[in-house]
Write a protein that binds this ligand. Structure first.
Ligand SMILES: C[S@@+](CC[C@H](N)C(=O)[O-])C[C@H]1O[C@@H](n2cnc3c(N)ncnc32)[C@H](O)[C@@H]1O
Length: 268
């Protein structure tokens, strides 16, 4: 009912900004679970990608892999990294520890998510700050790699975001992004990326990898939802979390939504 009432507003930039802010502030404030570190749908790697061996098997292996294999597209060691839309910070923590950048800044619109991430993740080269993707609070040409995981679908203006990415990147710097769109909105995203002033190096449809991840993680995800989410919110949250059978999962399966991975560079 609420969803139907809100549907007509979804195309307005102001509504998208408000929706993202309210949703992610509430999630971080009301579900501060210490072992819930990721909010993406997960990634099952291709056979030709190097298997990830970890000392500890993480609670959310597939969402962690979304970060790991995206970051594997460029060199992070000794680089200055900005992640836009870092959420609860699990991806930032993994990349800052595994790939050893000189500094990693996770930035998110939601104050509560930033506070939670700073509290949960204690890695020397890592910090979390509050800020908007459409007005990044960092200097021009100060960043080697910008990372963006399943976040820009929520922005008021993707064009403004891409302008900001280009501004903060050093010449030769990389932009790594994964996100989903409805099939009908894919041409708009393609146009935005083609006209943002960065050069596309790789563009990959990873929908099958995401579907597989959702399927493989489903039992654990459902168990977590039962444990962490109050009963009256579990149905709504299962949709948000994209369990098998949810609208999101079905859309990926019937190809009315796609999930893509992009690697771009700012020319020197
Ligand atoms: C689906 S979550 C993904 C979080 C994280 N990347 C992950 O994979 O776990 C989307 C995140 O984008 C953030 N976000 C939405 N709009 C934003 C904006 N305009 N600027 C910065 N962050 C934003 C949200 O607060 C949320 O934490």
């Amino acid at each position: 009912m609420i969803k139907t009432l809100l549907y007509p507003f979804k195309r307005f930039a102001w509504f998208k900004r408000l929706n993202a802010k309210v949703t992610y502030e509430l999630l971080a404030k009301h579900i501060p679970a210490q072992d819930w570190h990721f909010m993406n749908y997960g990634y099952d790697p291709n056979a030709n990608e190097t298997p990830l061996v970890l000392d500890e098997v993480p609670m959310q292996r597939y969402p962690l892999q979304m970060y790991h294999y995206l970051a594997a597209k460029t060199n992070l060691a000794n680089q200055t990294i900005l992640e836009v839309g870092s959420g609860r910070g699990g991806g930032a923590r993994h990349l800052a520890s595994f790939y050893k950048p000189s500094s990693y800044t996770g930035m998110d619109l939601a104050h509560h998510a930033v506070d939670l991430a700073n509290q949960l993740h204690n890695v020397p080269n890592l910090k979390f700050i509050q800020g908007s993707a459409e007005k990044i609070p960092l200097a021009d040409s100060s960043i080697d790699v910008v990372i963006n995981v399943e976040s820009c679908h929520a922005y008021g203006s993707v064009d403004e975001f891409l302008k900001e990415v280009k501004r903060v990147l050093k010449p030769g710097g990389h932009f790594l992004m994964v996100d989903f769109r409805y099939a009908v909105d894919m041409p708009t995203l393609k146009n935005q990326l083609a006209n943002c002033g960065l050069t596309m190096l790789e563009e990959e449809n990873i929908t099958p990898n995401v579907i597989k991840a959702i399927e493989q993680e489903d039992d654990k995800k459902k168990e977590r939802i039962q444990r962490l989410i109050p009963t009256k919110w579990q149905k709504l949250f299962s949709e948000f979390a994209g369990v098998v059978g949810s609208k999101f999962y079905n859309n990926l399966k019937d190809e009315t939504r796609y999930y893509y991975r992009y690697v771009m560079v700012k020319n020197s």
